[in-house]
Design a protein around this ligand. Structure first.
Ligand code: PAF
Length: 301
């Protein structure tokens, strides 16, 4: 029934390549009364993913981690082919962080020829990442729905680094006609950072030594605007100028956006109300690497 099983010092991690096999495993777990947490990933796991797995393991006996580099969320000129992959290393991280199973499907398993349609979520996909990468969120919504159908989770864990993605996933769940998708609880955990503030990302492996030393400017820019907001600044122009001023200290950084928007709707306004939650978001390129990061500011928190 199981294609591969790995023994580590910590625990056994089952590996499933097909939905049918995974469903058998989950059915047995459900019979025992276990609940299921899942962590959807594209692999090349890092501490951010491990923290999601650890949290999932606190709440669920069964923790399924999916590893699938999803072709439909990459644009034609993006990095699908060169996206980093290292399954052996990922297995060890899953085992260490408390995952109980890995779902590692093929493209054909996820997208059987001609059998699936695309899911489009509107309202939170047109701007920011959606404007830069027009087909990206259709790919994300479609694969997350399919992954939930495969992993049948009670709860799914995502990182805040992909902030807009978390809103897309929440809306997918709210609006899905499929009970197995609609019932999933979505939990979003704080972005994990290196000591100098750089958000952990699988794509950080692309950074040259020079890129890596310049990259923390993104978090510094977010913190400058966050600080101003905390000191009462509510004008988006002023918050954005502060971020751009900091980002300009690294002239080779190519900024795609540096913006302050409403945290729920992602709508941009000239001024934000006193009690309003906003999110500061930056996307920028360093050499051939595209980096994104964000800080959410909840004035009530
Ligand atoms: O955040 C990611 O790694 C991916 O976008 C996801 C959610 C696994 C879908 O492919």
């Amino acid at each position: 029934m199981y294609l591969r099983r790995m023994k580590t010092q910590e625990r056994d991690v089952m590996v499933f390549r097909t939905i049918e096999e995974l469903h058998d495993y989950l059915a047995t777990a459900r019979e025992r009364g276990d609940t299921v947490g899942c962590v959807p990933t594209m692999g090349y796991l890092h501490d951010g993913h491990a923290s999601l797995m650890r949290e999932a393991a606190q709440h669920h006996k069964v923790v399924v981690v999916s590893i699938f580099v999803n072709p439909t969320q990459f644009g034609p000129s993006e990095d699908f082919e060169r996206y980093p992959r290292d399954f052996e290393r990922d297995q060890a991280i899953v085992a260490e962080a408390g995952g109980t199973a890995i779902f590692f499907p093929s493209v054909e398993e996820m997208y059987p020829s001609g059998a699936r349609s695309t899911i489009h979520i509107d309202g939170v996909t047109e701007m920011l990442e959606g404007a830069q990468r027009p087909t990206h969120f259709d790919g994300v919504a479609t694969v997350v729905s399919r992954l939930f159908e495969a992993m049948l989770p009670d709860e799914a864990f995502f990182g805040q680094k992909d902030y807009q993605q978390t809103l897309v996933v929440r809306k997918l769940v709210e609006t899905s006609p499929l009970d197995v998708v609609h019932r999933v609880k979505i939990t979003v955990l704080a972005t994990q950072r290196d000591a100098d503030g750089l958000a952990r990302s699988s794509r950080n492996v692309y950074l040259s030594t020079e890129d890596r030393s310049d990259a923390p400017v993104i978090y510094r820019a977010l913190l400058r605007a966050q600080n101003a907001f905390r000191n009462g600044e509510r004008a988006s122009d002023a918050l954005e100028s502060l971020m751009r001023e900091e980002l300009a200290t690294v002239p080779r950084l190519d900024v795609e956006y540096a913006t302050a928007v409403d945290a729920t709707t992602l709508q941009h306004a000239d001024h934000y109300a006193q009690g309003q939650s906003i999110v500061l978001l930056i996307a920028a390129r360093l050499g051939s690497t595209r980096l994104i990061d964000n800080v959410v500011i909840d004035p009530q928190a």
